[in-house]
Design a protein around this ligand. Sequence first.
Ligand code: ADP
Length: 563
Amino acid sequence: MVLRQRYLARNGNGRVIETPRQMFKRIAADVARAERRYPDKTRLPRAAMRFYEMMASLDFLPNSPTLMNAGRPLQQLSACFVLPVEDSLSEILESVRNQALIHQSGGGTGFSFSRLRPQDDFVASTSGVASGPLSFMRIFNLTTDVIKQGGMRRGANMGVLRVDHPDILDFIALKTNPHEMTNFNLSVGLTDAFMEARRRNERYPLLNPRTGRPVGRIPARTVFDRLVAAAWTSGEPGVLYLDTINRANPVAHLGAIEATNPCGEQPLLPYESCTLGSINVARYLLRQHGRTEIDYSRLAETIPLAVRFLDDVLDRNRYPLPEIEAATLRTRKIGLGIMGFADLLIALDIPYDTEEALRTASRLMAFVQSHAHDASRRLAEERGPFPGYEGSRFARRRDPRRHATVTTIAPTGTISILAGCTPGIEPLYAVQTVRTIMDGTRLVTLHPAFRRMARAAGLDVSRLLPHLNESPSIRHHFGVPPHLRRLFVTAHDVDPAHHVRMQAIFQHYSDSGVSKTVNLPNAATTAQVADAFLLAYRLGCKGLTVFRTGSRAQQVLSCAVTQ
Ligand code: ADP
Protein backbone atom coordinates (compact mmCIF):
# COMPACT_ATOMS: atom_id res chain seq x y z
CA MET A 1 0.00 0.00 0.00
CA VAL A 2 2.72 2.47 1.04
CA LEU A 3 4.78 1.31 -1.90
CA ARG A 4 1.99 1.92 -4.34
CA GLN A 5 1.10 5.30 -2.92
CA ARG A 6 4.58 6.68 -2.74
CA TYR A 7 7.22 4.97 -4.76
CA LEU A 8 5.97 3.22 -7.86
CA ALA A 9 6.43 5.30 -11.01
CA ARG A 10 3.36 7.02 -12.47
CA ASN A 11 2.53 8.34 -15.90
CA GLY A 12 1.42 11.89 -16.68
CA ASN A 13 -2.13 11.12 -15.54
CA GLY A 14 -0.95 9.87 -12.16
CA ARG A 15 -1.54 6.19 -12.94
CA VAL A 16 0.89 3.69 -11.44
CA ILE A 17 2.90 2.14 -14.25
CA GLU A 18 5.35 -0.17 -12.51
CA THR A 19 5.30 -3.24 -10.26
CA PRO A 20 7.53 -3.51 -7.19
CA ARG A 21 9.89 -5.79 -9.17
CA GLN A 22 10.12 -3.21 -11.90
CA MET A 23 10.81 -0.56 -9.29
CA PHE A 24 13.76 -2.50 -7.87
CA LYS A 25 15.02 -3.15 -11.43
CA ARG A 26 14.79 0.56 -12.21
CA ILE A 27 16.82 1.46 -9.11
CA ALA A 28 19.38 -1.33 -9.52
CA ALA A 29 20.01 -0.55 -13.19
CA ASP A 30 20.39 3.13 -12.51
CA VAL A 31 22.73 2.79 -9.53
CA ALA A 32 24.85 0.15 -11.29
CA ARG A 33 25.58 2.59 -14.10
CA ALA A 34 28.06 4.27 -11.75
CA GLU A 35 30.28 1.18 -12.10
CA ARG A 36 31.11 2.28 -15.66
CA ARG A 37 32.86 5.38 -14.40
CA TYR A 38 35.72 3.29 -13.03
CA PRO A 39 38.39 1.16 -14.76
CA ASP A 40 37.08 -2.08 -16.25
CA LYS A 41 39.09 -4.35 -14.01
CA THR A 42 37.61 -2.84 -10.84
CA ARG A 43 33.98 -3.16 -11.98
CA LEU A 44 31.64 -5.28 -9.93
CA PRO A 45 30.47 -8.17 -12.12
CA ARG A 46 26.69 -8.37 -12.56
CA ALA A 47 26.29 -5.27 -10.38
CA ALA A 48 22.70 -4.48 -11.46
CA MET A 49 21.58 -8.05 -10.82
CA ARG A 50 23.24 -8.18 -7.42
CA PHE A 51 21.78 -4.83 -6.36
CA TYR A 52 18.37 -5.98 -7.58
CA GLU A 53 18.52 -9.21 -5.60
CA MET A 54 19.62 -7.42 -2.44
CA MET A 55 16.59 -5.10 -2.63
CA ALA A 56 13.95 -7.45 -4.03
CA SER A 57 14.68 -9.95 -1.25
CA LEU A 58 14.18 -7.05 1.22
CA ASP A 59 17.62 -7.76 2.67
CA PHE A 60 18.57 -4.11 2.15
CA LEU A 61 16.70 -0.96 1.18
CA PRO A 62 18.07 2.49 0.40
CA ASN A 63 16.37 5.59 1.82
CA SER A 64 13.10 6.82 0.34
CA PRO A 65 14.47 9.39 -2.15
CA THR A 66 16.59 6.71 -3.84
CA LEU A 67 13.52 4.45 -4.12
CA MET A 68 11.40 7.25 -5.52
CA ASN A 69 13.85 9.04 -7.78
CA ALA A 70 16.57 6.67 -9.08
CA GLY A 71 16.24 6.21 -12.82
CA ARG A 72 13.58 8.88 -13.04
CA PRO A 73 13.80 12.51 -14.15
CA LEU A 74 14.51 13.97 -10.70
CA GLN A 75 17.38 11.60 -9.79
CA GLN A 76 17.76 13.17 -6.32
CA LEU A 77 18.81 10.27 -4.11
CA SER A 78 19.71 11.67 -0.66
CA ALA A 79 17.49 11.83 2.43
CA CYS A 80 19.63 14.15 4.54
CA PHE A 81 20.85 17.69 4.07
CA VAL A 82 22.24 20.46 6.25
CA LEU A 83 22.07 24.05 5.02
CA PRO A 84 23.91 27.03 6.48
CA VAL A 85 21.96 30.01 7.84
CA GLU A 86 24.14 33.13 7.94
CA ASP A 87 23.34 36.36 9.71
CA SER A 88 22.04 38.52 6.86
CA LEU A 89 18.61 38.87 5.34
CA SER A 90 19.65 37.81 1.86
CA GLU A 91 21.53 34.77 3.14
CA ILE A 92 18.56 33.71 5.28
CA LEU A 93 16.21 33.93 2.32
CA GLU A 94 18.71 32.09 0.14
CA SER A 95 18.58 29.31 2.67
CA VAL A 96 14.75 29.26 2.58
CA ARG A 97 14.90 28.93 -1.20
CA ASN A 98 17.36 26.05 -0.97
CA GLN A 99 15.21 24.36 1.65
CA ALA A 100 12.23 24.50 -0.72
CA LEU A 101 14.23 22.94 -3.56
CA ILE A 102 15.41 20.11 -1.34
CA HIS A 103 11.96 19.38 0.03
CA GLN A 104 10.50 19.26 -3.44
CA SER A 105 12.99 16.51 -4.26
CA GLY A 106 12.17 14.38 -1.20
CA GLY A 107 15.04 15.33 1.13
CA GLY A 108 14.93 16.55 4.73
CA THR A 109 16.85 19.59 5.94
CA GLY A 110 18.68 20.54 9.11
CA PHE A 111 19.73 24.05 10.12
CA SER A 112 21.72 25.67 12.85
CA PHE A 113 20.21 29.04 13.70
CA SER A 114 23.02 29.79 16.15
CA ARG A 115 24.71 32.36 13.91
CA LEU A 116 21.71 34.67 13.82
CA ARG A 117 21.98 37.73 16.01
CA PRO A 118 19.56 37.70 18.96
CA GLN A 119 16.22 39.43 19.15
CA ASP A 120 16.45 43.20 19.74
CA ASP A 121 20.09 43.30 18.68
CA PHE A 122 21.32 46.15 16.50
CA VAL A 123 20.78 46.12 12.70
CA ALA A 124 23.12 48.63 11.00
CA SER A 125 21.38 48.88 7.62
CA THR A 126 18.11 50.09 9.11
CA SER A 127 19.41 51.36 12.46
CA GLY A 128 16.63 49.17 13.80
CA VAL A 129 16.42 46.06 15.95
CA ALA A 130 16.74 42.42 14.87
CA SER A 131 13.78 40.07 15.03
CA GLY A 132 15.96 37.16 16.15
CA PRO A 133 16.29 33.51 15.11
CA LEU A 134 12.83 32.44 16.25
CA SER A 135 10.96 34.72 13.87
CA PHE A 136 13.10 33.59 10.96
CA MET A 137 12.58 29.96 11.90
CA ARG A 138 8.86 30.49 11.39
CA ILE A 139 9.50 31.34 7.73
CA PHE A 140 11.28 28.02 7.25
CA ASN A 141 8.39 26.28 8.93
CA LEU A 142 5.81 27.98 6.74
CA THR A 143 7.69 27.16 3.55
CA THR A 144 7.53 23.51 4.53
CA ASP A 145 3.76 23.72 4.91
CA VAL A 146 3.42 25.01 1.39
CA ILE A 147 5.65 22.50 -0.36
CA LYS A 148 4.52 18.92 -0.43
CA GLN A 149 7.05 16.42 -1.65
CA GLY A 150 5.86 14.93 -4.93
CA GLY A 151 2.37 15.57 -3.57
CA MET A 152 2.82 12.76 -1.04
CA ARG A 153 4.57 13.81 2.12
CA ARG A 154 5.47 17.01 3.81
CA GLY A 155 9.09 17.87 4.41
CA ALA A 156 10.88 17.45 7.70
CA ASN A 157 13.40 19.74 9.35
CA MET A 158 15.78 19.97 12.26
CA GLY A 159 16.40 23.33 13.93
CA VAL A 160 19.37 23.66 16.28
CA LEU A 161 20.23 26.51 18.63
CA ARG A 162 23.37 26.51 20.75
CA VAL A 163 22.79 26.63 24.49
CA ASP A 164 24.90 29.80 24.73
CA HIS A 165 22.73 31.78 22.30
CA PRO A 166 20.97 34.68 24.10
CA ASP A 167 17.52 33.55 22.84
CA ILE A 168 17.90 30.01 24.19
CA LEU A 169 15.08 30.17 26.77
CA ASP A 170 12.52 31.24 24.17
CA PHE A 171 13.77 28.51 21.84
CA ILE A 172 13.36 25.89 24.58
CA ALA A 173 9.76 26.96 25.26
CA LEU A 174 8.77 27.30 21.61
CA LYS A 175 7.16 23.91 21.02
CA THR A 176 5.26 23.77 24.27
CA ASN A 177 2.79 25.69 22.08
CA PRO A 178 1.42 22.92 19.82
CA HIS A 179 0.87 25.32 16.93
CA GLU A 180 4.50 26.36 16.70
CA MET A 181 7.10 24.90 14.33
CA THR A 182 5.00 21.88 13.43
CA ASN A 183 7.35 20.82 10.61
CA PHE A 184 10.45 20.95 12.76
CA ASN A 185 12.22 18.83 15.28
CA LEU A 186 14.12 21.17 17.59
CA SER A 187 17.36 20.43 19.40
CA VAL A 188 19.41 22.44 21.84
CA GLY A 189 23.12 22.22 21.04
CA LEU A 190 24.71 21.46 24.43
CA THR A 191 28.42 21.95 25.01
CA ASP A 192 30.86 20.33 27.46
CA ALA A 193 31.33 23.75 29.08
CA PHE A 194 27.59 23.97 29.70
CA MET A 195 27.40 20.43 31.10
CA GLU A 196 30.29 21.21 33.43
CA ALA A 197 28.63 24.46 34.58
CA ARG A 198 25.44 22.49 35.25
CA ARG A 199 27.34 19.91 37.27
CA ARG A 200 28.98 22.59 39.39
CA ASN A 201 25.78 24.62 39.60
CA GLU A 202 27.47 27.68 38.06
CA ARG A 203 26.51 30.40 35.65
CA TYR A 204 27.72 30.37 32.07
CA PRO A 205 27.98 33.17 29.49
CA LEU A 206 25.42 33.84 26.75
CA LEU A 207 27.23 35.07 23.63
CA ASN A 208 26.02 37.37 20.90
CA PRO A 209 27.07 35.55 17.70
CA ARG A 210 27.38 38.86 15.81
CA THR A 211 30.02 40.30 18.14
CA GLY A 212 31.25 37.13 19.86
CA ARG A 213 30.88 39.01 23.16
CA PRO A 214 29.01 37.88 26.29
CA VAL A 215 25.70 39.62 26.87
CA GLY A 216 25.02 38.12 30.27
CA ARG A 217 25.52 35.09 32.50
CA ILE A 218 22.80 32.66 33.44
CA PRO A 219 22.67 29.71 35.88
CA ALA A 220 23.19 26.51 33.87
CA ARG A 221 20.65 24.69 36.01
CA THR A 222 17.93 27.21 35.15
CA VAL A 223 18.39 26.44 31.48
CA PHE A 224 18.73 22.71 32.02
CA ASP A 225 15.60 22.58 34.18
CA ARG A 226 13.59 24.51 31.60
CA LEU A 227 14.86 22.18 28.89
CA VAL A 228 13.87 19.13 30.90
CA ALA A 229 10.44 20.58 31.69
CA ALA A 230 9.76 21.36 28.02
CA ALA A 231 10.91 17.91 26.91
CA TRP A 232 8.69 16.35 29.59
CA THR A 233 5.71 18.38 28.37
CA SER A 234 6.04 18.06 24.63
CA GLY A 235 8.93 15.71 23.79
CA GLU A 236 10.84 18.75 22.53
CA PRO A 237 13.38 20.07 22.27
CA GLY A 238 15.75 17.17 22.08
CA VAL A 239 19.46 17.67 22.67
CA LEU A 240 22.62 17.36 20.62
CA TYR A 241 25.95 17.02 22.39
CA LEU A 242 27.95 19.21 20.06
CA ASP A 243 31.39 18.55 21.53
CA THR A 244 30.81 14.79 21.46
CA ILE A 245 29.80 15.12 17.81
CA ASN A 246 32.86 17.19 16.93
CA ARG A 247 35.27 14.95 18.80
CA ALA A 248 34.10 12.15 16.51
CA ASN A 249 34.32 14.31 13.37
CA PRO A 250 37.06 12.74 11.23
CA VAL A 251 37.22 15.74 8.87
CA ALA A 252 37.62 18.52 11.43
CA HIS A 253 39.99 20.28 9.00
CA LEU A 254 36.94 21.03 6.81
CA GLY A 255 34.98 22.71 9.57
CA ALA A 256 32.98 22.14 12.76
CA ILE A 257 29.58 20.48 12.80
CA GLU A 258 26.68 22.62 14.02
CA ALA A 259 23.61 20.70 12.89
CA THR A 260 22.14 17.34 11.87
CA ASN A 261 19.45 16.13 9.48
CA PRO A 262 15.80 16.10 10.69
CA CYS A 263 15.85 12.91 12.70
CA GLY A 264 19.26 13.61 14.25
CA GLU A 265 21.19 10.59 13.04
CA GLN A 266 23.42 12.36 10.55
CA PRO A 267 25.64 15.24 11.71
CA LEU A 268 26.70 17.13 8.57
CA LEU A 269 28.76 20.15 7.56
CA PRO A 270 26.95 23.02 5.81
CA TYR A 271 25.75 21.95 2.33
CA GLU A 272 26.61 18.30 2.91
CA SER A 273 24.06 15.64 2.07
CA CYS A 274 24.01 11.97 2.87
CA THR A 275 22.40 8.86 1.46
CA LEU A 276 21.28 6.16 3.83
CA GLY A 277 20.56 2.49 3.43
CA SER A 278 19.59 -0.17 5.93
CA ILE A 279 20.05 -3.91 6.17
CA ASN A 280 17.03 -5.80 7.47
CA VAL A 281 18.84 -7.93 10.04
CA ALA A 282 15.72 -9.98 10.77
CA ARG A 283 16.47 -11.73 7.47
CA TYR A 284 19.88 -12.89 8.67
CA LEU A 285 18.98 -15.94 10.67
CA LEU A 286 20.46 -19.37 10.63
CA ARG A 287 18.78 -22.42 12.15
CA GLN A 288 21.39 -24.87 13.34
CA HIS A 289 21.16 -27.81 15.73
CA GLY A 290 17.70 -26.69 16.78
CA ARG A 291 18.98 -23.20 17.64
CA THR A 292 18.47 -19.90 15.88
CA GLU A 293 21.56 -17.75 15.38
CA ILE A 294 22.60 -14.66 13.46
CA ASP A 295 23.84 -15.57 9.98
CA TYR A 296 27.09 -13.64 10.12
CA SER A 297 28.55 -15.16 7.00
CA ARG A 298 25.68 -13.95 4.83
CA LEU A 299 25.83 -10.58 6.57
CA ALA A 300 29.52 -10.41 5.64
CA GLU A 301 28.46 -10.70 1.99
CA THR A 302 25.71 -8.08 2.13
CA ILE A 303 27.65 -5.36 3.99
CA PRO A 304 30.29 -4.70 1.27
CA LEU A 305 27.63 -4.90 -1.43
CA ALA A 306 25.52 -2.33 0.41
CA VAL A 307 28.54 -0.04 0.91
CA ARG A 308 29.32 -0.32 -2.78
CA PHE A 309 25.70 0.41 -3.68
CA LEU A 310 25.76 3.58 -1.56
CA ASP A 311 29.10 4.60 -3.07
CA ASP A 312 27.55 4.24 -6.52
CA VAL A 313 24.52 6.26 -5.38
CA LEU A 314 26.87 9.16 -4.59
CA ASP A 315 28.01 9.15 -8.21
CA ARG A 316 24.54 8.74 -9.72
CA ASN A 317 22.93 11.39 -7.54
CA ARG A 318 21.79 14.65 -9.12
CA TYR A 319 22.37 17.21 -6.40
CA PRO A 320 19.90 20.08 -5.99
CA LEU A 321 22.64 22.75 -5.80
CA PRO A 322 26.27 23.03 -6.95
CA GLU A 323 27.35 23.78 -3.36
CA ILE A 324 25.69 20.56 -2.20
CA GLU A 325 27.37 18.55 -4.91
CA ALA A 326 30.78 19.98 -4.01
CA ALA A 327 30.42 19.47 -0.24
CA THR A 328 28.94 15.97 -0.58
CA LEU A 329 31.49 14.64 -3.02
CA ARG A 330 34.34 16.10 -0.92
CA THR A 331 33.61 13.78 2.02
CA ARG A 332 31.44 11.11 0.36
CA LYS A 333 29.52 10.42 3.58
CA ILE A 334 27.20 7.43 3.47
CA GLY A 335 25.03 5.94 6.19
CA LEU A 336 24.71 2.18 6.29
CA GLY A 337 22.61 0.96 9.18
CA ILE A 338 20.24 -1.76 10.25
CA MET A 339 16.51 -2.22 10.72
CA GLY A 340 14.46 -5.10 12.08
CA PHE A 341 16.62 -5.35 15.22
CA ALA A 342 13.64 -6.02 17.52
CA ASP A 343 12.37 -8.72 15.13
CA LEU A 344 15.81 -10.28 15.18
CA LEU A 345 15.83 -10.37 18.98
CA ILE A 346 12.40 -12.01 19.01
CA ALA A 347 13.61 -14.69 16.59
CA LEU A 348 16.62 -15.25 18.85
CA ASP A 349 14.30 -15.53 21.85
CA ILE A 350 15.94 -12.57 23.60
CA PRO A 351 13.71 -9.92 25.24
CA TYR A 352 14.75 -6.40 24.23
CA ASP A 353 15.07 -5.18 27.81
CA THR A 354 17.80 -7.59 28.91
CA GLU A 355 21.59 -7.57 29.23
CA GLU A 356 21.65 -10.31 26.60
CA ALA A 357 19.96 -7.92 24.15
CA LEU A 358 22.66 -5.32 24.84
CA ARG A 359 25.39 -7.92 24.27
CA THR A 360 23.73 -9.00 21.02
CA ALA A 361 23.51 -5.37 19.88
CA SER A 362 27.17 -4.87 20.63
CA ARG A 363 28.34 -7.98 18.75
CA LEU A 364 26.09 -7.26 15.79
CA MET A 365 26.93 -3.59 15.31
CA ALA A 366 30.67 -4.15 15.92
CA PHE A 367 30.49 -6.65 13.08
CA VAL A 368 28.57 -4.32 10.76
CA GLN A 369 30.96 -1.46 11.56
CA SER A 370 34.18 -3.37 10.99
CA HIS A 371 32.99 -4.98 7.74
CA ALA A 372 31.65 -1.65 6.48
CA HIS A 373 35.00 0.02 7.21
CA ASP A 374 36.83 -2.77 5.40
CA ALA A 375 34.56 -2.26 2.41
CA SER A 376 35.23 1.49 2.41
CA ARG A 377 38.99 0.78 2.59
CA ARG A 378 38.84 -1.59 -0.37
CA LEU A 379 36.88 0.94 -2.40
CA ALA A 380 39.48 3.57 -1.54
CA GLU A 381 42.14 1.30 -3.01
CA GLU A 382 40.09 0.71 -6.17
CA ARG A 383 38.54 4.11 -6.69
CA GLY A 384 40.63 6.46 -4.54
CA PRO A 385 39.98 7.99 -1.12
CA PHE A 386 37.38 10.74 -0.64
CA PRO A 387 38.76 14.05 -1.97
CA GLY A 388 38.89 15.70 1.48
CA TYR A 389 40.99 12.80 2.84
CA GLU A 390 44.29 14.72 3.19
CA GLY A 391 44.23 16.39 6.58
CA SER A 392 41.59 14.00 7.94
CA ARG A 393 42.02 11.72 10.93
CA PHE A 394 42.29 8.74 8.56
CA ALA A 395 45.19 10.33 6.67
CA ARG A 396 47.10 10.78 9.94
CA ARG A 397 46.68 7.04 10.60
CA ARG A 398 47.39 6.13 6.96
CA ASP A 399 44.05 4.37 6.87
CA PRO A 400 42.59 4.68 3.34
CA ARG A 401 38.87 5.44 3.24
CA ARG A 402 36.42 6.07 0.43
CA HIS A 403 33.95 7.75 2.82
CA ALA A 404 34.37 10.12 5.77
CA THR A 405 31.53 8.27 7.51
CA VAL A 406 30.10 4.86 6.68
CA THR A 407 27.61 3.80 9.37
CA THR A 408 24.45 5.43 10.75
CA ILE A 409 21.31 4.12 12.44
CA ALA A 410 18.38 5.74 10.61
CA PRO A 411 14.77 5.73 11.78
CA THR A 412 13.73 3.74 8.66
CA GLY A 413 10.18 5.04 9.15
CA THR A 414 8.99 4.18 5.66
CA ILE A 415 11.44 1.59 4.43
CA SER A 416 10.86 -0.66 7.45
CA ILE A 417 7.18 -0.75 6.46
CA LEU A 418 8.19 -1.78 2.95
CA ALA A 419 10.50 -4.45 4.36
CA GLY A 420 7.85 -5.58 6.85
CA CYS A 421 10.15 -5.30 9.86
CA THR A 422 10.47 -3.23 13.03
CA PRO A 423 12.00 0.20 12.44
CA GLY A 424 15.72 0.76 13.06
CA ILE A 425 16.83 -0.44 16.48
CA GLU A 426 13.54 0.37 18.21
CA PRO A 427 11.63 -2.20 20.23
CA LEU A 428 8.12 -3.07 19.06
CA TYR A 429 5.92 -0.03 19.38
CA ALA A 430 2.92 -2.25 20.06
CA VAL A 431 2.03 -5.92 19.62
CA GLN A 432 -0.67 -4.77 17.25
CA THR A 433 -0.05 -1.54 15.31
CA VAL A 434 -2.53 0.71 13.60
CA ARG A 435 -1.19 3.02 10.94
CA THR A 436 -3.15 5.76 9.32
CA ILE A 437 -1.72 6.43 5.89
CA MET A 438 -1.94 9.83 4.30
CA ASP A 439 -5.27 9.23 2.56
CA GLY A 440 -6.81 8.16 5.89
CA THR A 441 -6.70 4.38 5.26
CA ARG A 442 -6.08 2.45 8.49
CA LEU A 443 -3.75 -0.52 8.43
CA VAL A 444 -4.04 -2.90 11.39
CA THR A 445 -1.20 -5.38 11.80
CA LEU A 446 -0.73 -7.99 14.49
CA HIS A 447 2.97 -8.81 14.83
CA PRO A 448 3.40 -11.95 12.68
CA ALA A 449 5.75 -13.73 15.09
CA PHE A 450 3.29 -13.08 17.90
CA ARG A 451 0.43 -14.48 15.86
CA ARG A 452 2.46 -17.60 15.06
CA MET A 453 3.75 -18.20 18.57
CA ALA A 454 0.40 -17.46 20.19
CA ARG A 455 -1.30 -19.98 17.92
CA ALA A 456 1.38 -22.56 18.63
CA ALA A 457 0.72 -22.03 22.34
CA GLY A 458 -2.96 -22.80 21.70
CA LEU A 459 -4.12 -19.25 22.25
CA ASP A 460 -7.24 -17.94 20.53
CA VAL A 461 -5.82 -14.69 19.19
CA SER A 462 -9.23 -13.24 18.37
CA ARG A 463 -10.05 -13.21 22.09
CA LEU A 464 -7.05 -10.99 22.71
CA LEU A 465 -8.12 -8.36 20.24
CA PRO A 466 -10.19 -6.25 22.65
CA HIS A 467 -7.09 -5.94 24.83
CA LEU A 468 -4.75 -5.27 21.90
CA ASN A 469 -7.06 -2.57 20.59
CA GLU A 470 -6.76 -0.79 23.93
CA SER A 471 -3.19 -1.34 24.95
CA PRO A 472 0.12 -1.58 23.10
CA SER A 473 1.59 -3.94 25.70
CA ILE A 474 0.76 -7.50 26.72
CA ARG A 475 3.17 -7.55 29.63
CA HIS A 476 0.40 -7.58 32.23
CA HIS A 477 -2.18 -9.58 30.31
CA PHE A 478 -2.55 -12.80 32.24
CA GLY A 479 -4.33 -14.54 29.38
CA VAL A 480 -1.01 -14.70 27.52
CA PRO A 481 1.63 -17.30 28.47
CA PRO A 482 4.47 -15.75 30.53
CA HIS A 483 7.09 -16.55 27.94
CA LEU A 484 5.31 -14.50 25.27
CA ARG A 485 4.62 -11.67 27.69
CA ARG A 486 8.33 -11.53 28.41
CA LEU A 487 9.49 -11.77 24.78
CA PHE A 488 7.12 -9.30 23.12
CA VAL A 489 8.46 -6.25 24.91
CA THR A 490 7.06 -2.94 23.70
CA ALA A 491 8.67 0.49 23.83
CA HIS A 492 6.50 1.34 26.84
CA ASP A 493 7.71 -1.66 28.83
CA VAL A 494 11.39 -0.76 28.49
CA ASP A 495 13.02 1.17 31.28
CA PRO A 496 14.25 4.62 30.06
CA ALA A 497 17.82 3.88 31.17
CA HIS A 498 17.79 0.70 29.10
CA HIS A 499 16.64 2.65 26.04
CA VAL A 500 19.60 4.99 26.55
CA ARG A 501 22.05 2.14 27.05
CA MET A 502 20.85 0.50 23.84
CA GLN A 503 21.30 3.74 21.96
CA ALA A 504 24.79 4.18 23.45
CA ILE A 505 25.88 0.72 22.31
CA PHE A 506 24.80 1.38 18.73
CA GLN A 507 26.46 4.81 18.94
CA HIS A 508 29.71 3.23 20.02
CA TYR A 509 29.80 1.27 16.76
CA SER A 510 28.39 3.93 14.39
CA ASP A 511 30.38 6.66 12.66
CA SER A 512 27.49 9.09 12.53
CA GLY A 513 24.52 9.19 14.87
CA VAL A 514 21.74 6.92 16.05
CA SER A 515 18.05 7.56 15.66
CA LYS A 516 16.28 6.36 18.80
CA THR A 517 13.40 7.48 20.93
CA VAL A 518 13.57 7.05 24.68
CA ASN A 519 10.01 6.30 25.74
CA LEU A 520 8.85 7.29 29.19
CA PRO A 521 5.59 6.33 30.85
CA ASN A 522 2.99 9.04 31.25
CA ALA A 523 3.65 9.10 35.00
CA ALA A 524 7.38 9.71 34.52
CA THR A 525 8.84 12.63 36.45
CA THR A 526 10.97 15.47 35.14
CA ALA A 527 13.82 13.97 37.20
CA GLN A 528 13.65 10.86 35.00
CA VAL A 529 13.92 13.03 31.89
CA ALA A 530 16.94 14.79 33.41
CA ASP A 531 18.50 11.42 34.27
CA ALA A 532 18.07 10.25 30.67
CA PHE A 533 19.81 13.38 29.30
CA LEU A 534 22.69 13.02 31.75
CA LEU A 535 23.11 9.28 31.20
CA ALA A 536 23.15 9.74 27.42
CA TYR A 537 25.86 12.38 27.77
CA ARG A 538 27.91 10.19 30.09
CA LEU A 539 27.64 7.16 27.80
CA GLY A 540 28.79 9.11 24.73
CA CYS A 541 25.51 9.47 22.81
CA LYS A 542 25.50 12.29 20.26
CA GLY A 543 22.01 13.42 21.15
CA LEU A 544 18.76 12.31 22.73
CA THR A 545 15.03 12.53 22.14
CA VAL A 546 12.50 11.57 24.79
CA PHE A 547 8.84 10.85 24.34
CA ARG A 548 6.47 10.59 27.27
CA THR A 549 3.37 8.55 26.54
CA GLY A 550 0.35 10.78 26.25
CA SER A 551 2.38 13.98 25.99
CA ARG A 552 1.34 16.14 23.13
CA ALA A 553 4.38 15.73 20.93
CA GLN A 554 3.78 14.58 17.39
CA GLN A 555 6.91 13.61 15.61
CA VAL A 556 7.47 15.25 12.26
CA LEU A 557 9.38 12.32 10.92
CA SER A 558 7.86 9.48 9.05
CA CYS A 559 7.51 7.24 12.09
CA ALA A 560 5.46 4.11 11.83
CA VAL A 561 2.63 5.40 13.97
CA THR A 562 2.29 8.73 12.23
CA GLN A 563 2.50 7.46 8.66
P1 ADP B 1 12.84 6.41 5.03
O1 ADP B 1 12.39 5.22 5.80
O2 ADP B 1 11.69 7.12 4.36
O3 ADP B 1 13.94 6.13 4.05
P2 ADP B 1 13.81 7.49 7.58
O4 ADP B 1 12.60 7.43 8.43
O5 ADP B 1 14.89 6.48 7.83
O6 ADP B 1 13.42 7.50 6.02
O7 ADP B 1 14.45 8.93 7.75
C1 ADP B 1 15.77 9.15 7.28
C2 ADP B 1 15.96 10.58 6.97
O8 ADP B 1 15.14 10.92 5.85
C3 ADP B 1 15.50 11.55 8.05
O9 ADP B 1 16.41 11.74 9.06
C4 ADP B 1 15.31 12.78 7.22
O10 ADP B 1 16.56 13.38 6.93
C5 ADP B 1 14.69 12.23 5.97
N1 ADP B 1 13.22 12.22 6.07
C6 ADP B 1 12.41 11.35 6.70
N2 ADP B 1 11.12 11.69 6.60
C7 ADP B 1 11.09 12.79 5.85
C8 ADP B 1 10.07 13.66 5.37
N3 ADP B 1 8.78 13.47 5.62
N4 ADP B 1 10.46 14.72 4.64
C9 ADP B 1 11.74 14.95 4.37
N5 ADP B 1 12.74 14.18 4.78
C10 ADP B 1 12.44 13.13 5.52
